[in-house]
Design a protein around this ligand. Structure first.
Ligand code: NDP
Length: 331
């Protein structure tokens, strides 16, 4: 099988030189193991901090010269476990490769049927949990709230826009460029801001939210987080999900509105989707219901072939993806 390895740690933006595609012969399975032919694997922004050494992240850094990992979906092609038979659809964490060998208990059984493989790396996987628990639990968003979400055309953001509308909130989304803004409007957002258009972001946010914000779902950090603190209402809740705008930079961050955390009694809370693993079935039931009723649209930016892995990953930082970025490996 072939797998992408990290051969050097990126300085700033990652480049092709940081990666190598390596081939290793498949060993015979041990008792309790399965072999999976991956159909898709996920590329995610959090993988960038994992490429740094000793990064104070929530997941161990990638080892150099070892196959990289991440979420993947595929079919069992060989098994020495009675948990799975050949042909079963599973998800697991050995992405960035075409075939994965793992212990059966490290794979999650997925239902057969009409749902596409892609959906288990998106709305019915970790991305769905991030949007659902981030919005409803971490930010305690409720009907009638004014909610601002950044990177609203991306995987997490596009779900947040839709589920916030389904629960009766007013939604403001930000994205880069006219095409993405039109996409976010099509998801049902009440106001959309092109953060790449000229002028201070805070002015644009204030114009879109004349009554202030009750909730900010932060995917990017930096200027948009600062602006949200600037115009937030008293007791507003901030779910700090990600800070993609800062992952490739070591530059110190300045906030001009930080004092507002005190004056407005802002509740700012970071979270990781896995914090909510014990409640995964609640999320799946609700998201699954909305998907089955056609109330949630999914959009994928799919890169073809294992070879395209790094390119797919780079696209996250240049805004090359709309909806969930995935690599199609086969099947
Ligand atoms: P996305 O699909 O949203 O892809 C990233 C998007 O971020 C790009 O498409 C781009 O959109 C935008 N972007 C890139 N660089 C910048 C920048 N400098 N400033 C503003 N926007 C930028 O990725 P995900 O949905 O997977 O992840 C979104 C965020 O959520 C990330 O910060 C990620 O780390 C975080 N996350 C956190 C999780 C958790 O458990 N806490 C779980 C999953 C994700 P545009 O073209 O609009 O700029």
């Amino acid at each position: 099988s072939r797998a992408w390895t990290l051969v050097s740690r990126p300085k700033g933006s990652p480049t092709m030189e940081n990666f190598a595609l390596r081939e290793t012969p498949d060993q015979p399975l041990n008792d309790g193991e399965i072999r999976v032919a991956n159909s898709f694997f996920s590329v995610d922004p959090y993988m960038r901090p994992r490429m740094d050494e000793g990064e104070d992240s929530y997941i161990a850094p990638f080892a150099l010269n070892a196959p990289m990992t991440g979420a993947a979906v595929g079919r069992v092609v060989e098994t020495r476990s009675d948990r799975f038979k050949v042909g079963d659809r599973v998800s697991h964490f050995l992405g960035w490769r075409d075939r994965a060998t793992l212990r059966a208990e490290d794979a999650l059984s997925l239902p057969d049927g009409e749902l596409k493989d892609e959906s288990f790396l998106d709305v019915l996987g970790a991305i769905g949990m991030t949007a659902y628990f981030g919005l409803f639990d971490v930010a305690e968003a409720k009907p009638g709230d004014v909610v601002f979400v950044s990177a609203a055309a991306g995987a997490v953001g596009s779900l947040v826009v839709q589920i916030a509308k389904l629960r009766g909130m007013t939604v403001i989304g930000s994205a880069g460029g006219t095409e993405k803004c039109d996409f976010v409007r099509g998801l049902g957002a009440d106001h959309v801001i092109d953060y790449k258009s000229p002028g201070p972001f805070e002015d644009k946010l204030r114009a879109a939210a004349p009554d202030g914000l009750d909730v900010y779902f932060d995917n990017v950090g930096g200027e948009q987080l600062d602006a949200a603190m600037g115009i937030a209402n008293r007791d507003a809740r901030f779910a700090i999900c990600g800070m993609i705008g800062m992952y490739n930079s070591d530059a110190p961050i300045g906030f001009s509105n930080l004092f507002r955390v005190i004056s407005k009694r802002l509740q700012i809370r970071g979270f990781i989707n896995s914090d909510f693993m014990a409640r995964r079935s609640e999320c799946l039931a609700q998201m699954g219901y909305w998907v089955s009723k056609g109330l949630i649209q999914s959009r994928y930016t799919t890169f073809e072939g294992l070879e395209s892995g790094p390119e797919a990953f780079f696209s996250l930082f240049s805004g090359g993806n709309t909806g969930k970025a995935l690599v199609h490996v086969g099947g």
